[in-house]
Write a protein that binds this ligand. Structure first.
Ligand code: FUB
Length: 506
């Protein structure tokens, strides 16, 4: 059973199991009362209302669908505030009753005692269940239920001790103090849990794929200020010639990895007079207050070339230069990746199956023609043995960056005998190589022929963006952008990263 189904079922069970408590204790109050017992009735009723609320909200928010994180967050927050308020209400009434009730007449507290003992067992089971569910997939509602059931389990333990003393030593000082102290301890603990729950901000979760409103591919993240901008290519739903049908590029942004703003189409083949097809994998960068979007396109006169869109805003719209930046007259000129080194030199790597680079000039829209287009030696030491046409695994989609003095080249690769792309990486101590093969970054399992990396550090977290065919109707021509958080090893190496469910809010 998946986590969502299990969460819904557990919450429903909570409602069903919590309902008889207030009922039986309520009936018990007709025949006898103690401060603990009256307060227990009020607390259980308030908790039941909180659990019903949590069940309803969880059923609505845990449904797979558009990642409308704002709405989900608002509803979860509201539900948790309600549950927190119920805890505070239960605790406050218990406190009030403990100090004001007439404890002279205890009467029959046996029903309350039985319920409390059963409660210790049941609540502990639920507490463990909610904790495990939340561990498997963090969820604000489930996390609060784990807290509530932890408190309920402790409360029932205290109540059992107090009521047992009333049964064993009726009318004695021991029973009076245990009853009184039990109520106060439990009440204070509940109020504390309630306040904590009300004050807590809901930590959201964005489920992969990030963009659910359309098919997106070739993710290219760029951090600017406190925002992460994500540029993507766009797989049209309707295919032309049963091949990639891609006409424009889109931009999305986030400040917390969960709430995404859609900036819409920011550049398109319509804006590039000399191109007619294949709006493929882009990458953007900022320099001196201007934003540059490098995009592979098919030229009207044949072959692929790299176009540059320029804008004053990271979210575009971008304006084409009017001519290709790189045009080798072949099909290799795709998948540009751009990086500005500490000394100000900008590099534009690109290519399938040959990895190439040019040294960009300061203007970012021309390159050093004296150096020209440099071919990187495609060796097994650099890119491992593989099944692409160079005999190595390197295929396409390079992503070039530097971190702690190490230059990284992450790329889509074909392993030996493999027909689908995995992601791999190589490193170097220089921006122009030689490159040393590092390992597999993401396996081909669960993918769709191509994959495409975009690596970024954002607010102290490291992310790998990639694409799969996870959206309904997904295929090798209908891809969707996903993200996984990962960490670097102390020596800068990276272990294989699993395709995952999504990322937590930061
Ligand atoms: O999206 C079209 C092409 O597929 C990209 O340019 C490649 O990287 C691969 O993802």
């Amino acid at each position: 059973m998946n986590n969502k189904k299990s969460g819904t079922k557990t919450l429903l069970m909570s409602v069903v199991m919590s309902a008889p408590g207030p009922l039986i204790i309520g009936l018990g109050l007709l025949v006898g009362k103690s401060s603990t017992q009256i307060a227990d009735f009020v607390r259980r009723s308030a908790e039941l209302l909180g659990i019903i609320m949590a069940y309803i909200v969880y059923k609505i928010t845990a449904k797979d669908g558009a990642c409308d994180a704002d709405k989900k967050e608002r509803m979860e927050r509201l539900s948790n505030i309600f549950v927190g308020a119920m805890m505070c209400l239960g605790g406050s009434l218990m406190l009030w009753i403990a100090f004001t009730a007439d404890n002279a007449e205890k009467g029959n507290v046996i029903p309350g005692l039985i319920i409390a003992l059963l409660g210790v067992v049941a609540n502990t089971i639920f507490w463990i269940k909610y904790r495990n569910l939340n561990k498997a997939e963090e969820n604000a509602i489930i996390a609060v239920q784990a807290r509530l059931y932890g408190a309920k389990s402790l409360v029932d333990s205290c109540v059992s001790i107090a009521l047992l003393s009333v049964v064993l030593f009726p009318g004695t000082e021991i029973s009076f103090y245990l009853d009184f102290i039990g109520s106060v301890v439990v009440a204070v603990y509940l109020i504390w849990c309630g306040i904590k729950t009300i004050a807590e901000k809901v930590k959201g979760f964005c489920k992969n794929p990030i963009i659910k409103s359309m098919y997106t591919a070739d993710p290219a993240p760029m951090v600017f200020g406190d925002t992460l901008y994500l540029y993507t290519s766009h797989d049209e739903e309707e295919l032309k010639n049963d091949f990639y049908t891609m006409r424009n590029w889109h931009c999305f942004s986030t400040k917390n990895m969960v709430n995404w703003k859609d900036h819409g189409e920011i550049f398109s083949l319509e804006d590039i007079s000399w191109a007619d097809d294949r709006a493929w994998a882009p990458q953007a960068i900022e320099r001196n207050g201007k934003f540059y979007l490098y995009c592979p396109v098919h030229k009207k006169d044949g072959g692929m070339a790299i176009a540059v869109g320029v804008s004053d805003s990271p979210a575009g719209p971008f304006k084409d230069l009017g001519f290709p930046l790189v045009d080798e007259g072949d099909w290799n000129d795709i998948d540009p990746t751009v990086f500005i080194d500490d000394d100000g030199q900008a590099y534009l790597y690109f290519g399938n199956p040959q990895l190439r680079y040019v040294l960009l000039n300061e203007d970012m829209i021309s390159y050093d023609k004296t150096v020209g287009v440099v071919n990187i030696p495609m060796t097994e030491e650099s890119f491992a043995k593989g099944s692409h046409t160079t005999g190595t695994s390197y295929a396409e989609g390079p992503w070039f960056y530097k971190r702690n003095g190490i230059y990284y080249m992450v790329y889509a690769a074909f392993g030996e005998g493999k027909k689908d792309e995995h992601l791999a990486y190589s490193t170097s101590h220089s921006p122009i190589g030689p490159w040393t093969y590092g390992g597999v970054l993401m396996t081909e399992e669960g993918g769709v022929f191509t994959n495409h990396p975009g690596v970024v550090d954002f607010k102290g977290h490291s992310y790998l963006f990639y694409h799969t065919g996870e959206l309904p109707g997904g295929s090798l021509f209908h891809r969707s952008v996903c993200v996984a958080e990962f960490t670097y090893n102390a020596d800068g190496s990276i272990d294989t990263i699993a395709k995952c469910d999504g990322v937590k809010a930061i």
